[in-house]
Design a protein around this ligand. Sequence first.
Ligand SMILES: [Zn+2]
Length: 264
Amino acid sequence: MLRPLFQRWRQYREQRLLARHAIPDTLWQLTLLRYPFIGQRSADDLAELRRLCSLFLASKEFHGAGGFEVTDEIAVYVAAQACLPILKLGLQWYDGFVGIVMHEGQVVVPREEMDEDGVVHAYEDSFSGEAMPGGPLVLAWSEVSPEAHEERLEGFDPVYSVVIHEFAHVIDMRDGTLNAAPALSTRDAQADWQATLQAEWEWFYQQVDAGYATVIDPYGADALDEFFAVAVEAFFVAPRGLKQEQPQLYRILRDFFRQDPAGL
Ligand SMILES: [Zn+2]
C-alpha cells in the first residue's frame, strides 16, 4: 500500500519542480535554433529533453565567476546540451555533483614544470572547461556560446561542444575512475567496449599523426579518456559524419547512449 502512495508523492513533487522550472517557449525555441544539432531531434526527443532540462535546472546550481552573470538563457543553453547525452539514461548520471561554475572567457591558470636539468619553468595554461570528481564543473561561456559554435562551423573546424565534452567526462567518472569506460551493464558489453574503443583510438591517432582531417577533434589523440570525450561530442554534434568515418565507434556509442542520432 505504501508504494503507490510514494510513487504518487514523487510524481507530485516532479510536477511541482517542472512547473517551477518551466522553460519559456520563446527561450526553448531559440535554443533549438541556435544549436541545430539539438533542433534536428524528433518532437518526442525534444519533449523529453525539455522535461529533463527543467529537472536539471532544478537540481544544479550555476555560479558566475568574477562577476559573470549567468542568465536564464545561458543556463538553458548549457542544460540542453548537458541533457542530450543522458536523454535515454536518466538524470541520475549527473547525481555526483551540483555546482556549475561559468567563466566569461577561457580559464587561465599558472603552472610550473621542472625540466630534466631541474630548472622550473612557469607558464600559463588555459582551458575552456573542466570536470572533476564531485564537481564543480567549470565552463567558459566564450567557448559554449552559440556564436562560438557558429564560428567553428564556418571555419570547417572539427565538431565540438565543450558542454557535451565535460559531461562525457562526468559520465565516464560516475563509476569513480576517469578511464574512458563508463559503467556498462554486462561483462560482454564491457569487453566489447574496451576492445572496440582501443582499436578505434589507434586508427584515429594514426590518421591524426599522418595529418589527415578527422570528424573527431584531433585533441582526442592525446589520451584514451579524451578520445572518449571528443568522440561523444562528434556522436551528438555530427553523428552522420562519425558513423561514416568510424562505424564501429558509432555502434558502441549508440548502444551505450541508447540513441541513434545518425538515423534520424
Ligand atoms: Zn577533456
